[in-house]
Design a binder for this molecule. Structure first.
Ligand code: ZN
Length: 310
């Protein structure tokens, strides 16, 4: 199995031999970032023109032939490292938000679903501990909902990673060494699972998954972040009610081309257009969080469901 050094070498090699990746990572040196503090919570806005395709991706009619995560459609320059008995590939993302930024697709063309894959996510977090692993649900920011994939980012770049420990949280469930809590004072609800044992994290996640409202044949809407830090697994789960906010579809000056995924739920707003970067206000950020997150009423239902079996 490849280790952290191997994937860092992959990144370095790709930058040397892949002109587009080299160029796009170079562009990251120049991206503008501004910071806001909203009710004590940090939010950062990154002006990143290279992300326009991802932000405006149509996710309604996925076709295998056009799937950019299928092996046969990968750019010829794209190198890959096998992971988890060859079921996944580790790739350098050529349209980065982070440095480095990896995409970890399943080798098989199979829909984006977390059920049965949390163990892999936790394993990735442990194997590549300097990185934060994240997952976008199929209607929660994934630009390839037809093809299962995780992503990995430099740890600590998303503001929530530095905030969650100091936030006000209430303990909802325990399981062996694991704890499941809810943070409700950071503009959007966040479930937090912490434990020294991957099995306990997976078990608590499954309980949470089962307590969340399902969406027809898909899965409960959510974004997930996983980290392994000083012997502890940390999962942050952002329950979602909506994919894109209304301001995404508005025409004219009020339009904001923002398509929230884990990164935005983590406090880092990606704006490909300079007008959105410059104009996005504190109120708009609060409104976006409120609109795309699970409502307080539904959160109460989830809590009731979680505590039913105690
Ligand atoms: Zn595919």
């Amino acid at each position: 199995m490849c280790n952290t050094l191997d994937i860092e070498q992959l990144y370095n090699e790709q930058l040397q031999c892949w002109e587009m990746a080299h160029h796009n990572y170079k562009q990251l040196d120049n991206v503008e970032v501004r910071s806001l503090v909203i009710d004590g919570a940090d939010v950062r806005i990154q002006h990143n023109p290279g992300r326009i395709q991802s932000v405006s991706a149509r996710i309604d009619k996925p076709q295998k032939a056009a799937c950019f995560l299928c092996q046969e459609n990968l750019p010829t320059e794209q190198m890959r490292l096998p992971y988890h008995n060859g079921e996944y590939h580790i790739l350098v993302n050529p349209f980065p938000i982070f440095r480095p930024h990896y995409t970890i697709p399943a080798v098989a063309h199979t829909p984006q679903r977390i059920a049965g894959r949390m163990e892999v996510m936790l394993q990735l977090a442990q194997d590549y501990a300097p990185y934060t692993i994240f997952y976008n649900g199929p209607r929660c920011g994934a630009s390839a909902p037809m093809h299962m994939h995780f992503q990995a980012a430099q740890a600590g770049y998303m503001p929530i990673e530095r905030q969650w420990r100091n936030a006000t949280s209430s303990l909802l469930r325990t399981h062996n060494t694991g704890k499941l809590s809810l943070i409700s004072n950071l503009m959007r609800p966040i479930f937090v699972i912490t434990t020294a044992q991957a099995d306990d994290a997976a078990h608590l996640f499954e309980m949470l998954y089962d307590a969340m409202p399902p969406i027809s044949d898909e899965e409960p809407m959510m974004n997930i972040m996983a980290r392994y830090e000083e012997g502890e697994y940390i999962l942050l789960v952002f329950p979602r009610a909506k994919h894109r906010p209304d301001c995404y579809y508005t025409e004219g000056n009020a339009q904001r081309l923002i398509s929230p995924g884990t990164v935005e739920m983590g406090g880092l707003f990606i704006t490909p257009r300079s007008c959105d970067y410059e104009k996005l206000t504190t109120k708009e950020i609060v409104d976006i969080y409120t609109e795309v997150s699970t409502s307080p009423d539904e959160i109460n239902q989830i809590i009731k469901q979680l505590q039913k079996t105690i």
